[in-house]
Design a protein around this ligand. Structure first.
Ligand SMILES: CC(C)(COP(=O)(O)OP(=O)(O)OC[C@H]1O[C@@H](n2cnc3c(N)ncnc32)[C@H](O)[C@@H]1OP(=O)(O)O)[C@@H](O)C(=O)NCCC(=O)NCCS
Length: 274
């Protein structure tokens, strides 16, 4: 793997005649899930910058071609990033008909279900038994854990650039409610529930009513939502003291509680649809 990393770094800086061969080996490893844009070391998530460089190499050397499509629709994209071939039967993956796209370099684990339409972008990693619901996006390099439900209309943002930036991380057994948005390298720890409509970005402070603290991005440490938090969309009064802003409030996600039996009951995943 070290050798692949070194060759990707070299081709990214200065593509040679061997760039396509290196890229094909790289994209094969992403498709298999043997390399990832970020990985967990102990409890810390670490970005694999060379993997992100490999993704950019594909854009650099790819040539726009007509993508395979059924008339009358026409699609054009880089020849390095067609929709990918999936080992669906071996791994019990379902991509339900109706306009979803799984791009080359996206990894899907066993028993993943993709409801239409959904888009899973390059270097996204979707682990076993996860459901990606209709109108959902799993952006480039996003890392989604096991038994996660990315609900209808939820958007998991992609992070390719800046090159060292952490992608969005959704750990195991998280429920991302309908119409949520998780962007800019936010880490959502295991078991958390994001109520419908919750938006998290690197600039969003999150108020925890239970621990009585505020979570926010600090320096190069991304915004992190603690394990088993139940986060709902809320608001807070503007803190500046002037007559113009009086009465105005800002959107603020609020941790109202930590997961309990009631939360488990309302968020239980239905086995039979998986
Ligand atoms: C978060 C959620 C799971 C409820 O969890 P819960 O553990 O049952 O929460 P509770 O009912 O105990 O509520 C705890 C507090 O949060 C508030 N709350 C709960 N859900 C809320 C929401 N969505 N928005 C704002 N406040 C909410 C409750 O009013 C309560 O506050 P209060 O005691 O001051 O009244 C549920 O609201 C939700 O969003 N589910 C996801 C739905 C969805 O997107 N499904 C996807 C299908 S595709």
């Amino acid at each position: 793997m070290h050798d692949l990393a070194r060759r990707v770094e070299e081709e990214y800086e200065n593509p040679s005649a061997a760039a396509r061969e290196v890229f094909d080996q790289f994209i094969g490893a992403l498709n298999e899930g043997s390399i990832r844009a970020a990985e967990k070391q102990g409890s810390r998530w670490v970005v694999n910058v060379w993997v992100k460089k490999g993704v950019l190499l594909g854009f650099k050397i790819g040539k726009i071609q007509r993508a395979v499509s059924a008339a009358p629709f026409q699609f054009f994209d880089k020849d390095t990033y067609p929709t990918r071939d999936l080992p669906a039967l071996e791994k019990n993956i379902r991509v339900v008909p109706g306009g979803s796209s799984i791009r080359n370099g996206a990894y899907l684990g066993s028993n993943v279900t993709i409801m239409p339409p959904a888009y899973v972008n390059v270097a996204a990693y979707v682990d076993d038994n996860t459901m990606i619901d209709s109108h959902a996006l799993v952006g480039s390099c996003a890392q989604i854990g096991k038994r996660v439900h990315v609900s209808a209309g939820a958007q998991i943002g992609g992070v390719i650039e800046p090159i060292g930036a952490m992608p969005v991380i959704i750990e195991d057994e998280v429920l991302v409610g309908g119409n949520c948005g998780v962007y800019e390298g936010t880490i959502v720890r295991r078991g958390t529930v994001l109520a419908a409509g919750t938006i998290l970005t690197s600039g969003t402070p999150v108020y925890d009513l239970v621990q009585r603290r505020i979570y926010r991005k600090e320096g190069d440490q991304p915004l992190e939502i603690p394990e088993n938090a139940v986060v709902v969309p809320g608001s807070r009064l503007l803190s500046r003291d002037d007559t113009f802003s009086r009465g105005l409030s800002l959107y603020t996600p609020i941790i109202v509680k930590y997961r309990d039996e009631k939360t488990d009951a309302v968020t239980q995943l239905e086995k039979h649809v998986r």
